[in-house]
Each structure stands twice: as C-alpha cells, then as structure tokens.
Design a protein around this ligand. Sequence first.
Ligand SMILES: [Zn+2]
Length: 172
Amino acid sequence: MKQKQLEQYIKQYNKGFCDTSNYCFSLFAEAKRLKKCKKDMFDRDTYLHPAAKKAWKKMKKAAKKTGIKLKIISAFRSYDYQKQLIQNKLDKGLSIDDILKVNTLPGYSEHHTGCAIDIGAKNEAILEEEFDQSEAFYWLQQNAENFGFFMSYPKNNSTGISYEPWHWCYRK
Ligand SMILES: [Zn+2]
C-alpha cells in the first residue's frame, strides 16, 4: 500500500475513534511476513518479521552468555489487535483522549511492523521506567545496536511518545 492509500485506509479504519487529520504520529504498515517466536512472558504466542526474529535470537543468545535473560513482553501487534485494545478501554468507560495518552491509534504503533519488541528480563520491572535501572537495560544500551536494535523512544524524543526504555526496534 502506498503512503497516501495507507493514510486514507487508516483514517477510515479509525473513524469510530477519532478524526486522524490532526493526529501527528508516524504511520506504520502491517508486516506482510511474520514468523512465530517463543511464547512471551505471559505465555502468549508472539510473532516477528523474519529478519527481526533472526536478530532477536542472536541478541538473546549473546545476552544469555553474560547471565542476562531477555524476554519478549510484546512483539507484533495487528491493527485489529490495537483496535480491540482501545475498544476494551472505551467499554470500561475511559475517554478516547485519556486512552490516547498511553496507547496509539491502530496504524500508529511501531509494533505493526513486526520489528519492534517490548523487552523485559527476569525479575525486572515490566513496562516501567525503572526498567532502565536494570542490568538488562544496561546490556542493551551497550550491545543492542550491534544486533540492529535501537531504542525508539529515548528520553525527550521528538515523536510525542513518552520515554520507553523497554521498546526496541530492529532496523536493517
Ligand atoms: Zn512497545
């Protein structure tokens, strides 16, 4: 899908939630190819883009050699999954404005690409800023780049998304 088509599609897709005309986050196309990975921390099936899976396996192995056990908290997420996530919160009575402070609309999550992983480690904070105090985070900072993984949302980033030390994305 071309960028213009994607924009139109996403606009239509989010019609029930809000008008995306002034929504300024980047759009991400859904991964066309995915490979099943090991189950995540919550025993759910996970999927990554084939290249990202390969790089993740290598990185995990290297970390393990130093005693750090990296785990997937969340990997690929489809548009439909993101839509359902938001719908569930609306059903609980939250407002769309409040929901969008912590979740992106379908189409705007880097997780759609199959290359982004929320990373956790044994006995460390899950999806909390405190994860940046962990040995695992320190290791990622030193080594992730060598495997093609980059932190998408460092402190004071310009994307409008808050600091996420757990969110890393594979870039070829
Ligand atoms: Zn993430």
